[in-house]
Design a protein around this ligand. Structure first.
Ligand code: ZN
Length: 380
């Protein structure tokens, strides 16, 4: 019998939020693309990006230090995400240049009285404990960040001023403006990722989306990811796992891998509460599934780990990755308990645990031959 699991609409919702106009669409949303004819035109997808889908990564950020002028920034909302280019950075706020039409705005723009989009520079105060902020990393850099900010400014107040930015329904919103400033091409990462999710579902079932190694291989076969990205991803997803067969095999600060809702899942060991003959009781921080109608959330939960090899410890050190010391791993995990920002491809159980375990970008392992920015995107 084929493995069944509850379909996690809320997680996919994040991938395709730009396609939705109202919350009511959620349960039927899967029909937006005809699942019986999943052969999207892949070359067309790649042409829109000018590169592969993995070359563009959305990475959650948690402090102002992680944001730079020229960044393509995303403010996530429940219904849609808003995209902008960072044009200024101050001690407690940033300036952004943005197209004022959102996806919803684009739909409303069909109405004759609706105001057309404008390109404006606005001040944004960010509360990192409340706001969901991400930055888009582009592995193939077309412009420097300074140049990206200049390009955005040219549209807001410079010679290219397009007070009425040209747009088409669903093909030109705030995201398109931001990707255009950053790459010279207008595209929507969300729309492309949604298409990709449907193809993965069709070819490999739900595990195809969740299991990183399977996802990596399938997307490469389907032509969605480039040879450079498959190389970076392969190293990351081929990190070994050591089976837990005795209480000595598990330590605070370890990343444990186990089966959760019939899917491969990673968590961070925060504390060991007790050990018996056949099991160990641990507190584990992980992206918890809380039912079909709730967003996943990072929780600190107690698990009984059986000492039968069904759980394992992920061995990042063996692949030459630098890792944080155990106490730092625990503190980093605790700092994100309560978060509800789960997204396949960008912020799932693997991304969360890697963020806790592996020092970010610029300080990564010397054995990696890619540039720092490649490592950036691959890690998180
Ligand atoms: Zn790529």
């Amino acid at each position: 019998m084929k493995e069944q699991r509850p379909f996690d609409f809320f997680s996919l919702h994040t991938e395709r939020s730009s396609l939705l106009t109202e919350k009511g669409d959620e349960m039927e949303g899967i029909d937006i693309v005809n699942i019986n004819t999943p052969d999207f035109n892949v070359p067309d997808v790649l042409a829109r990006f000018g590169s592969c889908i993995e070359c563009v990564k959305t990475v959650p950020v948690f402090s102002l230090n992680e944001i730079e002028i020229g960044d393509h920034i995303i403010f996530s909302g429940r219904i849609y995400d808003h995209h902008a280019i960072v044009s200024g950075k101050h001690s407690d706020y940033i300036n952004v240049i943005e197209a004022t039409n959102t996806t919803s705005g684009t739909l409303l723009a069909l109405l004759p009285f609706w105001k057309k989009a404008e390109i404006k520079e606005n001040r944004k105060e960010i509360n990192f404990s409340r706001d969901k902020i991400s930055v888009v990393y582009y592995r193939r850099k077309v412009f420097s960040k300074i140049k990206i900010a200049e390009r955005a400014r040219a549209y807001s107040c410079g010679p290219l001023n397009l007070q009425k930015y040209q747009y088409h329904l669903l093909e030109n919103n705030c995201e398109h403006f931001a990707t255009f400033c950053a790459t010279g091409k207008e595209f929507s990462v969300q729309v492309a990722k949604f298409e990709m999710s449907i193809r993965l579902l069709y070819h490999k079932g739900f595990n195809g989306i969740n299991n990183e190694r399977m996802r990596n291989d399938t997307l490469y076969q389907l032509g969605y990811i480039c040879s450079k990205c498959i190389r970076i991803n392969s190293r990351l997803v081929s990190v070994g796992v050591k089976d837990i067969n005795s209480a000595k095999d598990i330590n605070v600060g370890d990343i444990v891998r186990f089966t959760y809702w019939r899917l491969v899942h990673d968590g961070v060991v925060l504390a060991i509460r007790g050990a018996g003959e056949s099991s160990v009781k641990c507190s584990i921080a992980h992206y918890a599934f809380r039912g079909l109608l709730k967003h996943r959330q990072i929780l600190n939960e107690e698990f009984i780990i059986p000492l039968d090899g069904s759980w394992g410890v992920v061995q990042y050190e063996e692949k030459g990755y630098n890792v944080f010391d155990d106490e730092s791993v625990v503190q980093r995990a605790l700092s994100r308990v309560g978060e509800e920002r789960f997204a396949f491809f960008a912020n799932d159980s693997f991304h969360f645990t890697r963020w806790c375990k592996l020092p970010s970008r610029k300080t990564t392992t010397p054995s990696i031959t890619m540039s720092d920015s490649d490592v950036d995107a691959g890690y998180q």
